[in-house]
Design a binder for this molecule. Structure first.
Ligand code: SF4
Ligand code: SF4
Length: 372
């Protein structure tokens, strides 16, 4: 029997000696940067790593992290949360969704509150659990509130594939799958956050491939390094970005070679394409309407599309955030969680006022855990 433990697998990616060496190299080489490097980590998983391992403190002052909109729960506008709440309140409906979604505040309530009032809301450990719930409750309508970036979209498509194959027809899909490249474009087009380098998300890139970021080089002359989630991954990616800047040759590079390729997972892309289509536009919290930035069910599956089947009861007006919450500015890279007046006081992970405090991938949540 092998004595290999999980720690053996990740240790080299958290190795203090490697971190120290990388920090020294970055400090030495970054001295020659012509301008400060403002790096957006688009992915909430990276925000978490940066805060947890004190990576900010290891870097010189001319390298700054700008936290991006990389948490699907954080970027969902309130009206979509209200959809989930309204659906859960319907007679004969079971609402199944990601655990994190349950605590996100909508405009007046949350899934946690309506569940306490009697609604049947089921947090999922795995997307395929929806199939089990539907089979066990043939007389109920099971609404799957599907949320996530390109990472989790293939799982929703796989659920549909299995459900149709097995003839399970009481699942309705409320699709909230959002795409990463369009908000990157929107952030660059707005020019507000003055980003001049990107760390690309790991899981998302496994699916869509590093080629999806080439437009950032072609259109904005901005380097991108797809980085793994461990602290050594992030540090090595920063060094790669510094070296690109010094050479003056921006390109898309892959640091996370153990899982990401240039083309991504083509089978998963085909599976998504079979069931989903790109929406003309989608409203993002903090970023507003972004063209072609989210998915919807294909027209041929309209009878299973919760947005169509339950259209009469779903609110559609845009709803603004709580007036004290600056999640919108944080998601646009214009503010840090500690700039929020209620950070850590009226807003905490156990009592979140805004979405950025809810999920582990949310910037406010990461600051609350590691930078208070
Ligand atoms: S799903 Fe993974 S890659 Fe995507 S934002 Fe979250 S942590 Fe990052
Ligand atoms: S601390 Fe809370 S209220 Fe403030 S921006 Fe973050 S989520 Fe919003």
């Amino acid at each position: 029997m092998s004595d290999l433990t999980l720690k053996d697998l990740y240790f080299k990616f958290r190795d203090p000696t490697a971190m120290k060496t990388l920090a020294e190299l970055i400090r030495k080489e970054a001295k020659d940067l012509k301008e400060p490097m403002r790096v957006m980590e688009i992915c909430g998983g990276h925000t978490h790593t940066i805060m947890k391992y004190g990576i900010k403190q290891l870097l010189p002052d001319n390298i700054e992290f700008i936290h991006g909109p990389g948490c699907p729960v954080c970027v969902m506008p309130k009206e979509r949360i209200d959809h989930a709440i309204e659906l859960a309140k319907q007679e004969g409906v079971i609402l199944a969704t990601l655990g994190d979604m349950i605590r996100v505040p909508g405009s007046k309530s949350s899934l946690a509150k309506v569940r306490a009032e009697g609604a049947d809301v089921r947090p999922l450990h795995s997307t395929l659990d929806v199939l089990k719930i539907a089979k066990e409750n043939p007389d109920k309508k099971v609404v799957f509130f599907a949320i996530g970036f390109e990472t989790t979209t293939p799982m929703t498509a796989a659920l549909m594939e299995r459900a149709f194959k097995e003839g399970v027809k009481n699942i309705y899909y409320h699709i909230n799958h959002v795409l990463v490249p369009p908000p990157m474009r929107a952030i660059m087009d707005s020019g507000e956050a003055k980003i001049n380098a990107f760390i690309g998300p790991s899981h998302v890139s496994v699916i869509i491939g590093a080629k999806s970021y080439q437009f950032l080089v072609d259109r904005y002359n901005t380097p991108v390094v797809v980085a793994g989630f461990e602290p050594v991954d992030v540090m090595e990616s920063i060094l790669m970005l510094v070296r690109q800047k010094l050479k003056g040759e921006p390109k898309v590079e892959i640091q996370y070679k153990r899982a990401t390729t240039w083309d991504g997972n083509v089978l998963a892309q085909k599976m998504i394409d079979k069931y989903m289509d790109v929406r003309d536009s989608f409203r993002w919290r903090g970023l507003g309407d972004i063209p072609k930035s989210a998915l919807k069910l294909r027209e041929e599956y309209a009878e299973f599309d919760a947005e169509k089947v339950f259209a009469d009861i779903l609110p559609n007006e845009p709803i603004d955030d709580h007036k004290l919450c600056i999640c919108g500015q944080i998601l646009r890279g214009l503010a840090k969680p500690t700039d929020c007046k209620v950070f850590g006081s009226a807003c905490t992970p156990s009592s979140p006022l805004g979405s950025c405090m809810v999920s582990d991938e949310g910037a406010c949540n990461a600051y609350y855990r590691y930078a208070r």
